[in-house]
Ligand binder design. Sequence first.
Ligand code: TXA
Ligand code: MG
Length: 329
Amino acid sequence: MEKLFKDTEKLAGWDGLNQAAELLQQGELVAVPTETVYGLAADARQPEAVAKIFHAKGRPADHPLIVHIADVAELSEWTTTVPAYAHTLAAAFWPGPLTFILPKAPHVSDIVTGGHPSVGVRCPSHPLMLALLKQLGTGLAAPSANPYKKISPTTAEQVLYGLNGKISAVLDGGACEVGLESTIVDLTTDTPRILRAGPITRQQLEAVLGCTVEQPKQHSEAVSGNVKAHYQPNTPLLVLPQAELLAKLHTANEKTAVMYYSEQVALQVQGQTLLTLKLAADKARYAQSLYYALHQLDQSEANEIWLEQPPSDDAWSDVQDRLARAAYR
Ligand code: TXA
Ligand code: MG
């Protein structure tokens, strides 16, 4: 633990950038900061390096990875047909938390795509990650840097908590600004379809494209890797509508952690001997701290987490999606 943590400190900043680039060129795994969550990166052109990702995470081999690129101009290096609307979306949202699924170029390894004929590509906006990608001049295959099915990390410390000893280094870029994984949109069909809700909403995509974007209401397991039980804390999580949470609070004890955002719950937990964590009522700030808060509570004394159900409107669909999976038993 200590050794890796020292490496992390050494890797912070521009000297760290050079060392991270070198390790990646040598086929090693480096956890990298993005604006959404930390990723566990390998050179996407080195299949043996990419294979190490699955081993470190304990992730099934058929779960495809996202290739991260420095610029939209590199999109055609990883894909074959690029429809016009991909360029429209890239112009509006890249660099940023939006992943495209497109037909893969022949050289893209099946290890990256989990054997799928398509590939996920994203241009992230974190400046350190962009600098790393530019320096390397290749794509980085990177899933979120958490053990399979666990909560994604939004700080370098949380990466180490889950993967220490299994990776070569962490490039510390501070706390992630967005805090939840990117929106994934399938662009292999005539109508764009959201495969994973994320920070870029359906309304935003439709406004830019001027056409309908499909977003299945029900959770879909059509794509391997998009599983129902995911993003799970070790401590059981109960997501409760506000009224239910308020009614249940009198049965809580000092081992109950309560995560909430409303003033109504704030008033009632005041003065009680509970572990409490107040999240922002503003969606972007809520999303930014959600995983961080769950990590914190997971490492606390709590034996159960009660979470006040967030608002049900569309702007919160990524938060609702992640919580439904985190609470699934
Ligand atoms: O924000 C993010 O997207 C983060 C950061 C690190 O970029 N990455 C991330 O990766 O969340 P991961 O592996 O945890 O989730 C990516 C998901 C996969 O589970 C899979 O469902 C989907 O992307 N995916 C990737 N390639 C795909 C493909 N060819 N077809 C369908 N789905 C794909
Ligand atoms: Mg993930």
